[in-house]
Design a protein around this ligand. Structure first.
Ligand SMILES: C[S@@+](CC[C@H](N)C(=O)[O-])C[C@H]1O[C@@H](n2cnc3c(N)ncnc32)[C@H](O)[C@@H]1O
Length: 225
């Protein structure tokens, strides 16, 4: 995420937790100042300790608050909202649209439901300008780089895959989609055994997803499936 931020500009880190990203950004001279926002008292205390440990009180300003609400338009050039669920990220953007639109760049790293974030972005005047996929300790992380502006319209399957990850043939994408397929196949298996109303429709929905994701993988690997 640090590599995706505009160097030399003030950054807001929303949901900073231990303030590791702000400290990294300052220690590596990537940005001059960070406003680190945290909602909960425990993580805020942890952030205070990290900032004090590195003697960065003058460069990392801690603010307690909800999402982008403690940030005024123009105070930061970019913001990072990382390590939260997609629905939480969407509500942080929705509750502070004026501030979000004042930013030159927003880095989003949803822990779940990245498709909901992409969908929100395209219908609320934000454009995806880059996407990254990271594999660490056997877990994939999606990172979205966003700017205010008009967006192309993507269909459901592209919202799930990540249109930029697909267009740049990200080297981790096929593995990530294989993992999704595996997960959907487990859901299909359990729906197969279910007698609940609507189970068959759900099963069909996931089977279609698997069908399209397999097509995408074959396109990425350039082999027919
Ligand atoms: C899992 S941590 C992620 C920390 C760090 N951003 C990262 O990516 O490693 C999520 C943090 O966001 C904070 N948080 C959750 N909702 C928030 C909100 N609406 N505003 C500010 N902080 C929030 C939580 O208290 C927690 O410290």
């Amino acid at each position: 995420m640090a590599n995706l931020l505009p160097a030399g500009k003030v950054v807001a880190d929303i949901g900073t937790d231990h303030a590791y990203l702000p400290v990294y950004l300052i220690k590596n001279s990537i940005v001059p100042r960070v406003i680190a926002v945290e909602l909960n008292p425990g993580p805020l205390e942890a952030a205070k300790n990290t900032v004090a440990k590195y003697g960065l009180q003058g460069k990392v300003e801690l603010r307690r608050g909800d999402g982008l609400k403690p940030i005024m338009p123009g105070e930061a050039a970019a913001a990072v909202i990382a390590g939260m669920g997609g629905a939480t990220i969407n509500s942080i953007l929705a509750e502070s649209l004026e501030v979000a639109k004042s930013l030159k760049k927003i880095i989003l790293q949803p822990m779940s439901d990245a498709h909901l974030v992409r969908s929100y972005l395209q219908s609320h005047g934000f454009r995806l300008v880059d996407e990254e996929l990271v594999l660490e300790d056997n877990r994939y992380y999606e990172v979205l780089v966003v700017q205010p502006g008009d967006s192309s319209e993507f269909d459901d399957i592209m919202l799930e895959i990540g249109p930029i990850l697909f267009s740049k043939r990200h080297p981790l994408l096929a593995g990530y989609l294989e993992e999704k397929i595996c997960h959907y196949k487990q859901i299909i298996d359990s729906l197969d055994r279910s007698c609940k109303v609507g189970a068959q429709e759900k099963k069909q929905y996931f089977e279609e997803k698997v069908y399209f994701l397999e097509k995408v993988i074959s396109c990425l690997l350039d082999v027919p499936r």
